[in-house]
Write a protein that binds this ligand. Structure first.
Ligand code: HOZ
Length: 432
């Protein structure tokens, strides 16, 4: 147990009980705090930019339930819409007009999406899209990038980011070699490596999938020309380009990273924000490709709770709120202040650090950098990250408990929240 000045008696009791009930005491690995030490705090309330734990401590939150809370937690308009929707029931398992509304909003916003299918998580969306890439092209191999995370489906658990990187698990037992033999890996931001893979596997590669801005190896931005280069290479080889915008969709810009960078993939996966905090995922893209999906076409994919009316309602309201003029300018300005402030504080304290932000997504590595890919990200001093995480937690700032996760801001974060966060970081780094 890491020594702490935080009073966390109740959190400790609940987590001790949880460990007897659930593997590692959690429903998803990263939140167990394994890589930063100490025990996770147990929440009992979230509101706006803040979270509260069961011992009554309040924190400024930069995890935002891992991305969905871009309007702030429990936004009154989202809650009110959900209350109304709840009166009509929790699940239909049949078509509903709400699906049309959210589908239209997604199609209007995301340049590559002409048709969309709703599922229940980002993992499901990526799993389905990999099947679709293969069904459409008749090829089996897929290129992904080291440190990118596309959920926990078998074929993506090779040199993956997020919890896999956090826990230092190279690959997962239980994944058949026959499945991952069709997953090819390249370093992020390395077009030559992608060209070499296409050259070595002629006519066999269905497509390339990536996080257009990486969030699951920490925050890593694409180098100038990288996304454009992938678009050209995939076109040249008649392979598909897929942007996994589960994190970046409606966060980097309303139309996602593809709108921000002006590079249009063939297919896109979404999740997080489009469910407004309820379980959701989606994949979509060109009509001729989406026509392959059952029952329109032969590629099977289904789900009992897909298009769930509560998830659709929360998603619709969240996207409506994001349409307010100035939202993304505000998010960018505030997050820039945070990111630049952290780098300045590190410099003043003589701490080697690098990082950056785009819109409401940011990251900080404890290495002089620069960080262009997962290998660079791994050079970050993880001991320093752990001490930083704990120091910030003790000062009421909740950061993702992993070096290999991006940070998220929301429209609910105030200038004062950012100032308080920077003051906490100054104190923590000054003590090193
Ligand atoms: N995979 C998500 C983060 N990239 C969720 C982590 C969690 O909920 O523990």
């Amino acid at each position: 147990m890491v020594s702490s000045t935080l009073k966390t008696t109740k959190s400790e009791e609940i987590f001790a009980a949880a460990q007897k009930l659930m593997p590692g005491g959690v429903s998803s690995p990263v939140r167990a705090f394994k890589s930063v030490g100490g025990q996770p705090i147990v929440f009992d309330k979230v509101k706006g930019a803040y979270i509260w734990d069961v011992d009554g401590n309040q924190y400024i939150d930069y995890v935002g339930t891992w991305g969905p809370a871009i309007c702030g937690h429990a936004h009154p308009e989202v809650i009110s819409a959900l209350r109304d929707s709840l009166e009509n029931g929790t699940s239909f398992g049949a078509p509903s007009a709400l699906e049309n509304v959210l589908a239209e909003m997604v199609i209007d916003a995301v340049p590559s999406i002409e048709m969309v299918r709703f599922v229940n998580s980002g993992t499901e969306a990526c799993m389905a899209v990999s099947r679709l890439m293969r069904a459409f092209t008749g090829r089996d191999k897929i290129i992904k990038f080291e440190g990118c995370y596309h959920g926990h489906a078998d074929m993506f658990l090779v040199k993956a980011g997020s919890g896999v990187a956090t826990l230092g698990l190279p690959d997962s037992p239980g994944v058949p070699k026959s499945v991952t033999s069709n997953t090819l890996n390249a370093p992020y931001n390395d077009l030559e490596a992608v060209k070499a893979l296409f050259a070595a596997n002629p006519g066999e590669i269905a497509g390339v999938i990536l996080e257009p801005v990486v969030g699951n190896a920490g925050f890593i931005a694409p180098d100038a020309g990288f996304l454009e280069g992938l678009r050209e290479i995939t076109k040249e080889h008649k392979a598909l380009l897929v942007f996994d915008e589960v994190m970046t969709g409606f966060r980097i810009a309303y139309g996602g990273a593809q709108q921000k960078f002006g590079v249009i993939p063939d297919l896109t996966t979404l999740g997080k924000i489009i469910g407004g905090g309820l379980p959701v995922g989606a994949y979509g893209g060109r009509k001729d490709i989406m026509a392959m999906v059952a029952p329109s076409g032969p590629m099977y994919q289904a789900g009992t709770l897909s298009g769930n009316p509560l998830a659709m309602t929360a998603g619709i309201k969240t996207l409506e709120l994001l349409q307010k003029p100035g939202t993304y300018e505000q998010l960018d300005k505030m997050t820039k202040k945070l990111s630049e402030g952290l780098l300045k504080i590190a410099k003043e304290a003589g701490v080697a650090a690098c990082g950056g932000q785009i819109s409401a997504m940011f990251g900080l590595f404890f290495t002089a950098g620069p960080v262009h890919n997962y290998e660079d990200a791994k050079k970050s001093d993880l001991g320093k990250f752990s001490r930083f995480h704990r120091g910030m937690l003790e000062r009421g700032i909740y950061l993702a408990p992993s070096q290999f996760e991006a940070g998220f801001t929301s429209v609910a974060h105030s200038d004062e929240d950012i100032e308080r966060t920077l003051a906490a970081a100054r104190e923590v780094m000054a003590s090193w």
